[in-house]
Design a protein around this ligand. Structure first.
Ligand code: GAP
Length: 445
């Protein structure tokens, strides 16, 4: 299947996302709010399926990971202890001529608004000295806006897990090594958001913190690197578009001893999709110090009390969704006409099955509606009886629907329907009574 040229792929994707109801600009009727996006009917299904795929793999299919859903607003001391107040900063520079702001460490990727074909360096912009800018969004708790009521919107979900370490440990009766998984919103006042939903100021993370004995950190780090690589292959992402990037000493975050990024080759270059970090005992040790609470773990087999090391896997949900979209986008020519399709893995496709009557007569709509009502008890389905069947197939190809069921003249004779595969466009005849089983085999997480 042909891929469109990389440089127009993003434009085509953004336009398809709007047209088909995947992603809209936030507050569009007011001119939009920069770098904020809303998920439409197909987008929200795709996002939920990606989250379910991650969540099922982390919690349901494993015995050693528990789930959590912590509040976005946390005690401000959390961010002192975590180092975010002091160190969660990016270097910012201003251009004295065009008045634009750039991240000083990403100047080669930035574009000068006066000459968007050039970076500020190429354009020899008149830049100020860099100054550090804290990325956390501040707000006030309660009616009075004073220093003592400042709270922050969390810039990562991880801290909610660390402060709840003992709360989860006790009722779950887990023993180290074990993990805590969480999906939730995070906020960063990014200096240069962009590339559609790649870098935004409000986004969702899927994070898992795995607590281990300090002597076993290296092996668990290697283990989770492999697991996370496999996750993207299982999600249907092409292997040749993925790579691992191990952080050098100057790239490591303030909490990390070792880190790798799983990177994807987007139309705008190789970029981070997920980070796997060896956070050592940095977080628990700092929370112990700042809260005065003992967060150590007693290992009754080793007869030893210690601060666990943490191996973190941290994926962006919106970024995974963008990756799934970019990777699935195809254009091809069929009988002289262009066909656009999103060849999502059936596991995450927003609509699993579309049901059509071939024509709106001879009892076909009634049978098709019965099938639709039955299938939708188990899968997200779509019923469509308008226009030529070829056009209905195209509409579902563009929405990424892996299967279309068509009721035709033969259905009344032998109780079979056609089941069309989105990618191959091949059709097979399937007994109505077997449809659920056939589809379930392909779409189950
Ligand atoms: N708790 C560790 C942590 O937050 P990170 O590398 O800063 O690590 C993890 O972020 C993941 O969160 C990234 O790999 C990316 O997928 C996603 N992410 C981070 N900043 C983002 C942003 N501004 N917009 C969208 N996704 C973002």
């Amino acid at each position: 299947m042909a891929k469109p040229k990389q440089n127009d792929l993003m434009d085509k994707l953004v336009s398809l996302c709007k047209r088909r109801g995947f992603v809209f600009q936030s507050s569009e009727i007011y001119g939009g709010l920069a770098s904020c996006w809303d998920y439409g009917p197909l987008g929200v299904e795709l996002k939920r399926n990606i989250k379910d795929f991650w969540w099922t793999g982390m919690t349901q299919k494993r015995d050693d990971i528990e789930g959590l859903d912590a509040a976005i607003l946390m005690h401000p001391k959390v961010w002192q202890a975590s180092g975010h107040i002091a160190g969660f900063t990016d270097p910012l520079v201003d251009c004295r001529t065009c008045k634009a702001r750039f991240r000083a460490d990403m100047l080669d990727e930035a574009r000068c608004p006066k000459k968007p074909s050039r970076s500020p360096i190429e354009n020899e912009c008149d830049l100020t000295e860099p100054r550090m800018f804290n990325l956390m969004f501040k707000t006030f708790m309660g009616p009075v806006e004073e220093d003592s009521s400042v709270v922050y919107l969390r810039p990562e979900t991880a801290q909610g897990i660390y402060v709840n370490f003992h709360n989860v440990l006790q009722p779950s009766r887990q023993k180290i090594p074990f993990g805590i998984a969480q999906i939730g919103k995070a906020f960063r006042n990014e200096i240069t958001p962009g590339n559609f939903i790649f870098r935004t100021r409000e986004f969702e993370q899927m994070e898992m913190q795995f607590f281990v004995h300090p002597s076993e950190d290296e092996e668990w780090y290697e283990y989770w690197k492999e697991q996370r690589w496999q996750f993207y292959l299982d999600l249907g992402i092409r292997k040749e578009k993925l790579r691992m990037h191990e952080h050098g000493p100057d790239e490591l975050a303030h909490y990390a001893k070792k880190a790798i990024d799983v990177e994807y080759e987007y139309p705008f270059g190789w970029k981070e999709l997920e980070g796997v970090h060896n956070r050592t005992d940095y977080d628990l040790a700092h929370h112990m110090e700042h809260s005065g609470k003992d967060l150590r773990y007693f290992d009754d087999q080793r007869k030893e009390k210690f601060i666990p090391y943490i191996i973190e896997t941290s994926a962006g949900c919106d970024r995974t969704l963008l990756t799934v979209l970019v990777d699935a986008y195809r254009e091809e020519e069929v009988k002289g006409e262009k066909r656009v399709l999103l060849s999502f893995s059936p596991k995450v496709a927003p609509i699993k099955v579309a049901v059509f009557p071939l024509v709106k007569k001879d009892g076909m709509p009634e049978i098709a509606l019965d099938i639709y009502h039955d299938l939708k008890q188990q899968f997200k389905c779509f019923y469509d009886d308008s226009g030529a069947v070829g056009r209905r197939y195209r509409r579902q190809d563009e929405a990424g629907t892996p299967f279309c069921v068509t009721v035709d003249g033969q259905t009344k004779e032998d109780e079979t329907v056609t089941l069309r595969n989105r990618d191959s466009m091949e059709q097979e005849r399937v007994k109505i009574g077997e449809l659920k089983k056939v589809v379930a085999e392909k779409v189950t997480l």
